[in-house]
Design a protein around this ligand. Structure first.
Ligand SMILES: [Zn+2]
Length: 152
């Protein structure tokens, strides 16, 4: 359902998305605000952007379990917000590194790559010391975000 398919050309149509995101200079914002009441295609495009934005917002925030926020705050109070954020960032970095390693390994199945792969596989399979708490926390986050009850 693309709006372009049934819309005639309009000089402003290419700027509607930027207008919706309030990315345009003040003068351009005002010009489009004045133009919109007189242009059905631009109105339709703006409406489409609003609907799309609402759908994306709904998809990004699925209904959480009733006690999710309570447990999240309790967990943050226990762990400390900085620790939680730092853990989340470090997990993202770890995931990116693993993805890169896997990608490189699949593209270059040589002996050297296989040895380096074994190293991180060993680390991932035998989490010790610092990473143990982070991995446990990551598992808790994944379970809660997916609505799982494995840790209950
Ligand atoms: Zn227009």
């Amino acid at each position: 359902m693309k709006p372009e398919s049934h819309m005639p050309e309009c000089n402003y149509s290419s700027q509607i998305a930027a207008y919706y995101d309030r990315q345009l200079p003040m003068a351009a914002q005002q010009a489009i605000s004045a133009h919109l009441p007189n242009c059905a295609p631009c109105q339709a495009q703006l409406q489409w952007l609003r609907q799309l934005s609402q759908q994306l917002a709904g998809a990004a925030a699925p209904p959480a379990p009733a006690d999710f926020m309570y447990r999240l705050h309790a967990r943050i109070d226990g762990e400390g917000e900085r620790t939680l954020l730092r853990t989340a960032y470090s997990l993202l970095s770890l995931a990116a590194c693993l993805l890169l390693a896997i990608t490189l390994w699949m593209q270059r199945p040589g002996q050297a790559a296989a040895e380096s792969t074994l190293a991180w596989e060993t680390t991932a399979a035998n989490p010790q010391s610092d990473t143990t708490q982070e991995i446990a926390l990551a598992q808790w986050i994944v379970q809660d975000l997916s609505g799982g009850k494995a840790h209950e």
